[in-house]
Design a protein around this ligand. Sequence first.
Ligand SMILES: Nc1ncnc2c1ncn2[C@@H]1O[C@H](COP(=O)(O)OP(=O)(O)OP(=O)(O)O)[C@@H](O)[C@H]1O
Length: 248
Amino acid sequence: MTRADIHCDNIQKSFGAVETVSQLSIVFKSGQTTALVGPSGCGKSTILRMIAGLETPDTGSIRIGQETPRQVARRGGLSMAFQDPSLLPWRSVRSNIALGAELARKPVDRVDELIDLVGLVGFSDHRPAELSGGMRQRAAIARSLISAPDVLLLDEPFGAVDAITRRRLNRDLPPLWRERKTTTLLVTHSVEEAVLLSDRVIVLCPRPARVLADIPVDLHHNRALPETNAPAFRDLAMRVLTALEEAA
Ligand SMILES: Nc1ncnc2c1ncn2[C@@H]1O[C@H](COP(=O)(O)OP(=O)(O)OP(=O)(O)O)[C@@H](O)[C@H]1O
């Protein structure tokens, strides 16, 4: 077993009387990008938060290699960009991004490169309050990348990002994950984005979350972004959509 395989073994999680995740067993392979899709409220974010060590399963266990999520987080091996980017309001964009490396005790040497990657050149000295929602999300994406984590957890990271920038990030981020062999989990409501960015799409059923379909995506052989109008792409997107309709 390689170090960053994520093993979820029979995990269950309730909030009061609401069972959110039930008997979920799944392995996320090291170096792969997996998209999690499913109806709203089915428990996707809860799964990511448990893998991040921010919530604890009531029963079952999560291991990342031989470590617990909290151990991986503590040594700076895990980072996240969530829907609601929690940037420190008193720090500039540059300093918020640098924080991702500082907390992981890694070198703060690629801030400008990442500011460029997420299209925030010219805004590096701005405070979060001076940015749009989409710009804040992009700063959070850059912060999640600066520590070159083993595990990257992305929860609707492009939700507020404009279409052109989203397209550019869709093109530029996957090669970075592949080059670094990052184990990436991506929660998204976009079927196209799930197929475009990932090696595997997991479709979850309505709460409590269980795996309804596990669809491998084998469109990334030549490392270029797949053609979204190619028949193979459309077939996969249709398989995901059909499973989602079944879930609903
Ligand atoms: N901290 C919490 N306290 C109480 N209930 C919670 C908490 N976190 C999540 N829930 C409940 O668990 C269920 C699943 O929530 P979760 O955010 O994981 O779903 P989701 O699939 O990510 O939803 P969406 O696609 O709408 O973002 C919901 O019913 C939600 O109200």
